[in-house]
Every structure is written in C-alpha cells, then in structure tokens.
Design a protein around this ligand. Structure first.
Ligand code: ATP
Ligand code: MG
Ligand code: MG
Length: 416
C-alpha cells in the first residue's frame, strides 16, 4: 500500500506542515490512513496526525471527514461531547502524491485493545456503565444536535483517554505508553522528542513490570488495565468519522462493520440514527462479556447474512413478518411467511439466560442488563430508544445503599 496513491511512508522525526509537527511514532492505521503521534512545536503538545492515502477517492473521503469533524468541533466549543477534536488540517506532498492530513487530539487505546488486554473476560459492569455514558453523550450530540449518523460504531473506533497527563504520571494516565502493544509500534530514530518518548516508555515499562511482575512471550509487560485503571474514571471518545453521514444526505447502502450491522441494513429497508443504537448495544454486550454479540459465519448452504439474521432471532426472538419481508433484499433470505429459507431450525436462547449460563451473571444483573440492552435491539428501528432516552435509563444510574447515584458521584469529580 506504500505506493502511488497509497499510504505516505513516515520516518520518526519527519516534519509536517512546514516543520510545525514532528512525527514521533505510529499510533495506528486503518484502510484509509496511518495515524502518528506527532509533537506540535507551536503549542509544545502532542497531537495525532492522521495521514490519508493520496488517491482521488481517499482524498475525497478525507475532505468529507474533515467537513464532519469541523461541524463536530463548531457545535462543541467546550470539547465535552465525547467526540474526537480536530485541531488543524493540511495537505502533505510526498513521493506517493498529495496526502490530506488531519491533526487530532491524542487519545489512548481503543476499547478493542482494552477488551484484549482484559483477556476477553469482560469488564466490571460499573466500568461498562462509565464507557456507555461517554458513548451515549457522543451519540446524542451527533444525532440530535448535528443530524449525523456515525455508521461505523465499534470498539476499534472508541478510544480511551484520561484527564491525567501521561508525561507526568504514565501509570495512572491509563494511556498508550503503559499498555504494551503486542502488534509492535517500535521506537527507533533519534529526534529529541523521540528520546523523551523513549524515556517515558521505558519508565512506564519498568513501573508496569513492577505491578505485574510478569512478562509475556514478546518481552512486553503483561498488564491488566483494570488494575492500572483502578479508581480512575474511565472515559472515552468516538473517532473515525470517515463513514459518517448526515441523515438527510446518505450515500451508502451497505454500512457498518459486519458484527455491528443492524438488520435493516442487511435487509436494505432504509436506515437512520437507530443503526448506531444497534451497534451501541452490540458494544455494551462485548464490553460486559468479552465476546462479540453476533459473529456470523458462512455455512454449508447459507450465507453470512443469513447466519447473522438467524443469530439475531436466536437471541431476540422471531423477527415480525412485516419487517422480515419488507426490505429490498428480503426475498434473498425469507419466505413469504417470514421464515428463513435455508436455516429452518433456530436454537432460541434469550439474552438473560445466556448471561446467566455462559457468563455467570447473577439473575439480577442479567435481568437489569436485558432491560437496558434489548430495547436497543428492537427489529423495528423506530422503536429503539434514542441516545437521549438511554442516558435517562436507571441501568446507567444505579443507586447505592446510601441513595446516591454511584456513577454520577464518580462523573461529577471530572472536569472535561
Ligand atoms: P478505518 O479503516 O477503520 O476507516 P481509518 O483509516 O479511517 O480507519 P481511523 O480509524 O481514524 O483510520 O484511525 C486508525 C487507528 O489509528 C485507530 O483505530 C486508532 O488506533 C488510531 N487513532 C486514530 N485516531 C487517533 C487519535 N486521535 N489518537 C490516538 N490514536 C488514534
Ligand atoms: Mg477506524
Ligand atoms: Mg475510517
């Protein structure tokens, strides 16, 4: 992909925007871009530099993403809506072409990394609740105030961040420097800032080794984030607006990453804001159990789409006939009675039973969890609660014995 029209190859210490930003190390990558930690010489702060591939269609997508990010920043001057902040953008000329670049605030590991580091065991429900609040604040803002549908909500696109400065307290900051990345992200090269980074990383590594006392096979410290993050409010922000659209200007039929895709998208019955609410419910399940809610596979005699619809019905009950037969693609999957054509026998296991039998939830936890999550998975998109309604749900504001809301007590300490 590092060829004409593709990614821009970056070396540590490379300058961008006439020397304002200096590349430090790679933070991540996607289909469209690589994302680098960079030092902003003007403000003496770190930023995340998203460097897009240069070919026409990628450059076009970046312009669209910048437009969405500008709308997000304009509508939220105090940066309190749990969405990533765009601070600058420019074009960078390289051997592979002209690359649109977005300068974003630096965030930490993604929820996917958090789930992995927690060894797919599921997080404490109180942590899940804190994460839910942030994501819902973001969705309520996008949907109700801006009219924007994210369309690609998934754990990878929700990044943790901490109000604690990682340069001062790498352990408690809970950000990337302490969480060893199994996939690499080597530090080599020699700019001054990079040396500072190296020191920071070494210090973090030592401290982490002290906590855990163990190292994994790759030589990285084994970290349980839940332990490092004990007592820290866990906060996160929604990122990756490359596929976002205005509800009145939709362009793609097929949206969302497979496992987080809503049934109306599979059936092509039209979609709106509530597709993000479906994905949100899938994420809540995944955070709480460590497993994906729906992981469809192609089988003998049926497609991935059909398996996906079957998995949904096994967990949520049968899809009402009218909905099943109402989409442009319904005939590919359902007969006229609203039964799947090629998967005839469903193994029904309601969500709360699954939580108790497979994930050892208490009966109460399972029931309360079901009451929060299943309305979001209504097969009728217009019946799903909005983000605003979800924020009011008692599951997010459990009462402790003294009558105070536990989550609110934690959140109110925070200044954003
Ligand atoms: P996709 O293929 O998912 O569309 P993309 O090319 O649009 O990807 P992003 O998803 O925006 O790129 O970013 C890729 C990865 O870079 C993220 O998953 C994350 O790991 C990292 N990343 C993105 N933005 C930031 C940020 N602001 N701070 C820290 N890391 C970031
Ligand atoms: Mg992404
Ligand atoms: Mg993207």
């Amino acid at each position: 992909s590092y060829r004409k029209g593709g990614y821009h190859a970056v070396r540590i210490g490379d300058p961008f925007a006439s020397g304002r930003y200096i590349a430090q190390r790679k933070l991540g990558w996607g289909q469209f871009s690589t994302v680098w930690l960079a030092y902003d010489t003007q403000t003496s702060k770190y930023v995340a530099l998203k460097i897009q591939k240069s070919a026409q269609q990628f450059a076009q997508a970046a312009l669209h993403e910048i437009e969405v990010l500008c709308a997000i920043a304009d509508g939220d001057p105090s940066n309190s809506k749990c969405t990533v902040r765009l601070v600058d953008h420019f074009k960078h000329a390289g051997p592979n072409g002209q690359h649109p670049c977005m300068v974003l605030e630096v965030l930490g590991d993604s929820l996917l990394q958090l789930i992995r580091f927690n060894r797919y065991k599921g997080l404490e429900l109180d942590k899940v609740r804190e994460i839910c609040k942030c994501v819902l604040i973001a969705l309520d803002y996008l949907h109700r105030e801006l009219g924007i549908i994210h369309t690609d909500l998934k754990p990878e696109n929700i990044l943790l961040f901490s109000t604690i400065d990682p340069a001062k307290d790498p352990i408690r900051s809970g950000l990337t420097p302490i969480l060893e990345r199994p996939e690499g992200g080597n530090l080599n090269g020699g700019s001054t800032m990079n040396i500072i980074e190296k020191k920071l990383k070494r210090r973090a590594k030592r401290a982490v080794a002290n906590i855990s006392g163990r190292r994994d096979s790759m030589g990285g410290a084994v970290v349980k984030p839940a332990r490092c993050l004990d007592g820290i409010d866990m906060r996160c922000k929604v990122v990756d607006f490359g596929n976002a659209c205005w509800a009145d200007k939709r362009f793609a039929e097929e949206i969302q990453t497979r496992q987080y895709r809503a049934p109306e998208v599979i059936l092509q019955s039209g979609y709106s804001f509530s597709v993000d609410m479906w994905s949100f419910a899938c994420i809540v399940f995944e955070l709480s159990t460590g497993d994906m809610m729906f992981a469809p596979k192609t089988g003998e005699g049926f497609s991935e789409d059909e398996d996906h619809l079957a998995l949904m019905m096994e967990l949520l009950g049968k899809m009402p006939r009218k909905i099943a037969v109402g989409g442009a693609r319904s005939k590919d999957f359902f007969d006229r009675h609203g039964d799947l054509k090629r998967i005839r026998r469903l193994k029904i296991l309601p969500l709360d039973r699954l939580l108790v039998t497979k994930y050892k939830f208490s009966d109460t936890d399972a029931r309360e969890f079901r009451e929060f999550v299943t309305p979001l998975l209504d097969f009728s998109p217009e019946k799903r609660p909005t983000a605003q309604q979800c924020l009011q749900h008692p599951w997010l504001n459990p009462r402790s014995s003294d009558g105070k809301s536990k989550v609110d007590a934690g959140m109110s300490k925070l200044k954003i």
